[in-house]
Design a protein around this ligand. Structure first.
Ligand SMILES: [Zn+2]
Length: 443
């Protein structure tokens, strides 16, 4: 059964601004979510944004805990993925059932008191002994003792974790157990040597040096250690760096931080897939007919969550610190905040968040809001493009223009009357220039 814990006294602003922790048991684990969306949003509206920042060290401590808990759940039978939003609006963790209360209390203490010891203790409780499992030498790990997932799934998990440490996991799954024999390939040792800043976390190659041959110990099953022979006379592959700075940077275009070097890139793979192909529409939402759905603050919660999921994509790509559409609590929004979702098949591939404002000012081309030049406002209420996003592989096909036209049609105004919230992203400026060639209303 789900439980909800309110963190702020409701007297000060009521539910609309209060922080809460939701504890939701699922089939494989319990999801514990600290929801501070409305709290942060309200604080920023009131110019108290700094107060609503996450406590120092909180985000790091949560990331460590989330990573450790994911490993734990995989080792103990869960085979799927995880969706965790990185905050500062929402912080969520998936933890084993018995640790749900501990996790809720750890989040509460970190949020309210800046006390991270609970998160650290939780991390310790769920950390699996990877160091031990990936030590040099050969060993058997037993199902029901060391792990509970299927041996083949466990072996796959170990391989991925070994790879992240520069190790090759020679291994074999058998009923009820896996055999492993981690070794370090010479390439990995060389990487560690040449690029200590990126590969310094690889273990000392000397530890993994092959012993001189069998010392007559007990016979062990062959675990598939590949012989060096097939590559003995091979010439090494040469690696080159691209010259363009934007290509050689570590940053993936989807905006996922540290994507290239992150050992645990499952999060990036999922995030990248959504960024490039769009957000899957949940089966329980029925999308009638047309390609564009309008979601506002009073829409059913499933739709508001879908719009929020879409808003996370431009947030990450453009490094905004806050998503442009909040799930909210179902109360109407004062500025008629809404989102238009563009669908292709079972995915939302275009998203725009919109609000109404009477404060837009007309700027002729090139639409610079240069300081000192204050244009007049006519006091007209206009729909205003806040953040607009198209999934990577759908770009340059007119999806964003279609969304802006839908905004205009919906508000019964000409496209040129739609206002744009500034500052522009590069793509946003290009779109506005194409759609409003003579100048535009900027808010
Ligand atoms: Zn990416």
């Amino acid at each position: 059964m789900s439980t909800r814990i309110w963190l702020d006294p409701t007297a000060s602003g009521g539910h609309r601004t209060a922080r809460r922790i939701d504890v939701e048991p699922g089939r494989f684990f319990t999801r514990v979510t600290l929801d501070r969306d409305n709290y942060v949003y309200t604080a920023r509206q009131q110019g108290r944004g700094a107060e609503a920042e996450l406590r120092p060290g909180f985000a790091d401590a949560v990331k460590k805990c989330v990573d450790a808990a994911s490993d734990y759940l995989w080792v103990h039978g869960y085979a799927g993925g995880f969706v965790h939003s990185p905050g500062p609006g929402t912080i969520s963790m998936s933890v084993p059932f018995p640790l749900a209360d501990q996790a809720a209390e750890a989040l509460r203490a970190a949020e309210m008191d800046g006390d991270l010891t609970g998160l650290e203790a939780l991390t310790e409780a769920v950390t699996v002994p990877l160091d031990e499992w990936l030590q040099p030498g050969e060993r058997q790990l037993r199902q029901g003792v060391d792990f509970t997932s299927a041996p083949s799934a466990f072996l796959q998990f170990l391989r991925a974790r070994a790879r992240a440490r520069g190790l090759r996991l020679n291994g074999r799954a058998e009923p009820g157990a896996v055999w492993v024999h981690p070794t370090m390939p010479p390439e990995a040792a060389e990487l560690r040597d040449r690029y200590p800043d990126r590969f310094g976390h690889y273990p000392d190659p000397a530890l993994y040096a092959q012993p001189a041959d069998d010392d007559g110990g007990p016979l062990r099953p062959y675990v598939g250690a590949r012989s060096e022979r097939p590559s003995r006379d091979a010439t090494p592959v040469v690696f080159l760096q691209p010259q363009s700075a934007s290509l050689s940077s570590e940053q993936c275009p989807c905006g996922f931080p540290g994507a290239e070097t992150d050992d645990n890139n499952a999060g990036h793979l999922q995030g990248h897939m959504r960024w490039s192909t769009g957000v899957l529409i949940p089966r329980n939402l029925t999308w009638y007919g047309g390609h564009i759905a309008v979601v506002n603050a009073t829409s059913p919660v499933g739709w508001r969550k879908l719009a929020y999921g879409c808003a996370l994509l431009p947030r990450r790509e453009n490094h905004y610190d806050f998503p442009s559409f909040a799930v909210g609590d179902g109360e109407p929004a004062e500025d008629n905040a809404r989102a238009y979702l563009y669908r292709s098949g079972r995915r939302v591939v275009g998203f725009v968040s919109v609000f109404d404002t009477a404060h837009a000012r007309w700027y002729p081309r090139p639409m610079e809001t240069s300081e000192g030049v204050v244009q007049p406002t006519d006091g007209q209420l206009r729909p205003t493009v806040n953040v607009i996003f198209t999934a990577g592989i759908w770009r340059r096909r007119g999806v964003a223009q279609e969304l802006v036209r839908a905004i205009a049609t919906d508000a019964d105004v000409a496209v040129s009357e739609v206002a744009w919230h500034t500052p522009f992203s590069d793509a946003g400026r290009g779109l506005a220039t194409r759609m409003a060639p003579d100048g535009a209303w900027l808010a």
